[in-house]
Design a protein around this ligand. Structure first.
Ligand code: ASP
Length: 326
């Protein structure tokens, strides 16, 4: 099963070693530049996603639109039974149901989203169909499934034996505490700049493992889990969706870039907004961002968040900077 790491309670050590404490009592974004500053096509995503990037890069090289690139990329973990946070193989809610959330946004500001979607593997493609074939942005639950089936998507059981066993094991204690980092995979948020210089994004997840039945996170919410403005840039979030929703996280990152912040500064400031206003000590939120110039940024509250970047044909996984240190 997945290798999960929990944040260690450092409280008692902080008195002895102040350097373990937060960087400042009054959160301030750094002025350091983003990890990259090269124009041209690129793909960036949350967490370690080399297979998703290989699929995305293949579509990028064909000269297709950024929306095709991100859709192709995130479909990979959606179909992977070993990825326990996305699509097929995703861990269920506490009633044993796998419910998917996803959204997508193109360079024209069009958006599509599905929430609480059951039994359809590629939630992202259903979200795209909502965007392209309906007058709406978001479909939910039974209605989303009905729409998917009417549009040729196949109904299938997404609860793998491994995910079912994990749920049955969880039921023994039924204690609910979101896990801070899921190191191998997590919600995938992906942003791409295509060869024409246009930006699109996609975000897809099975949500928090063992969530309450009916819970919807930030991932399918335009402006929370994902936001793209082709004039400025795009951003995606991962982590505890409730905190991202309360702060309109991805929209905030893009708006900060509009005001002149680099993607790195914008991700930092959005994370610090959460730190300032919410009880963040036991939770993780991470952001990635890209601007129109092809600069990228990534930042999280807790250490342990990483992101994947493909640029000039090279794919690299990098640990994001974080507010709290290891
Ligand atoms: N943000 C997702 C949610 O709250 C979870 C995640 O990123 O893993 O559903």
């Amino acid at each position: 099963m997945v290798n999960r790491r929990r944040f260690l309670g450092l409280g008692p050590l902080i008195g002895l070693f102040p350097s373990l404490a937060f960087r400042s009592t009054q959160p301030q974004p750094t002025t350091t530049p983003g990890p990259t500053a090269q124009p041209g096509p690129l793909v960036i995503s949350t967490w370690k996603q080399p297979k998703a990037h290989a699929a995305a890069q293949a579509v990028l090289e064909q000269g297709k639109r950024a929306i095709d690139i991100v859709e192709a990329g995130v479909r990979v973990p959606e179909a992977d039974p070993n990825d326990t946070s996305v699509g097929y193989g995703g861990l269920p809610d506490r009633d044993g149901r796998v419910t998917l959330d996803a959204c997508i946004m193109d360079e024209h500001g069009n958006a599509g989203s599905v929430t609480y979607l059951e039994n359809i593997m590629h939630a992202i493609s259903v979200a795209r169909a909502v965007m392209e074939k309906t007058p709406h942005v978001m479909l939910s639950g039974e209605g989303a499934q009905k729409f998917a089936l009417a549009n040729g998507f196949k109904k299938e059981n997404l609860l793998t034996p491994a995910a079912k066993a994990a749920w049955q094991n969880w039921l023994k204690t039924a204690k609910y505490k979101p896990v801070i980092n899921i190191e191998r995979h997590d919600t995938i948020g992906m942003l791409a700049i295509d060869k024409a210089g246009n930006i699109s994004g996609a975000c897809t997840t099975s949500g928090l493992a063992f969530k309450m039945n009916g819970r919807v996170g930030d991932s399918p919410i335009i402006g929370a889990g994902l936001f793209v403005d082709n004039e400025i840039g795009g951003a995606c979030a991962t982590g505890l969706g409730e905190l991202v929703m309360r702060t309109c996280g991805s929209f905030l990152v893009v708006e900060l870039m509009r005001q002149g912040r680099t993607p790195q500064q914008a991700c930092e400031e959005a994370a610090l907004r959460i730190v300032k206003k919410q009880d963040y000590k036991d939770i993780q939120v991470g952001f990635i961002a890209v601007n129109k110039q092809g600069e990228t940024g990534a930042y999280s509250i807790q250490p342990g968040f990483n992101y994947t970047l493909t640029q000039n044909g090279q794919t690299q996984v990098t640990d994001a900077r974080s507010y709290l240190k290891k």
